[in-house]
Design a protein around this ligand. Structure first.
Ligand SMILES: Cc1cc2nc3c(=O)[nH]c(=O)nc-3n(C[C@H](O)[C@H](O)[C@H](O)COP(=O)(O)O)c2cc1C
Length: 184
């Protein structure tokens, strides 16, 4: 798959098969994160791959359970963390979010290329997650994603989520960028 095909293939997957993901695939995905660019190469990230069923259950309880009721069958939930102190701040912006997001997207694309599904999850209770996973104070939780083999068909909740978010729709290219100067 070339890079454009890969980008087109990626989508948020909200239904999974209850089967394990091979260790070499996890390592490839983590290598994709490891190779991401970051502020002064600070690599402020840390990813926790939660595959233990009991810990995963506890983690799912830390998400906004109504919207995320589709979670549970995936092999693991990856918790993406960043340490702001190991990244930078400029123009009032904290770059640890950017560092972690780039690494996360590398992971997501690597997972897609290996036939695995992911879905960025922003709806979670950070304080509870930090307690469950024993995450040090200086780290913040930036995102979660399930990781696993997608089910053959998307489920009901996934279909609703895609409709509500109009997930297939994208702004036309002339609204995505302009040449030389800002244009509406
Ligand atoms: C920062 C961020 C937070 C998101 N949070 C959630 C979430 O909490 N639950 C969920 O089901 N999807 C979540 N999504 C997935 C988006 O709904 C999805 O990416 C968007 O609808 C486009 O669909 P696609 O990923 O299939 O292309 C999130 C995506 C991003 C980038």
């Amino acid at each position: 798959m070339d890079i454009f095909e890969l980008i087109q293939t990626r989508k948020s997957v909200r239904k999974y098969q209850n089967i394990p993901v091979e260790k070499n695939k996890i390592e490839k995905i983590m290598t994709a994160a490891q190779l991401a660019p970051s502020w002064k190469n600070g690599q402020c990230w840390k990813f926790i791959v939660v595959s233990d069923p009991d810990t995963k259950k506890e983690l799912i309880r830390c998400t906004n359970t109504f919207n995320q009721s589709w979670l549970g069958k995936e092999y693991a939930i990856i918790v993406a963390c960043g340490d702001p102190g190991k990244s930078g701040k400029r123009n009032n912006k904290e770059y640890f979010m950017v560092d972690v997001a780039i690494a996360m997207e590398n992971m997501v694309l690597a997972a897609t290329s290996l036939g695995l599904g992911t879905c960025w999850i922003g709806a979670f209770d950070e304080i509870k997650i930090k307690k469950v996973l024993n995450i040090p104070d200086e780290f913040q939780v930036v995102a979660l994603t399930p990781l696993g083999y997608p089910a053959k068909k998307e489920g009901v909740v996934g279909n609703i989520a895609r409709k509500v978010a109009k997930s297939k729709s994208r702004k036309p290219l002339d609204q995505v960028y302009s040449m030389n100067l800002w244009e509406e």
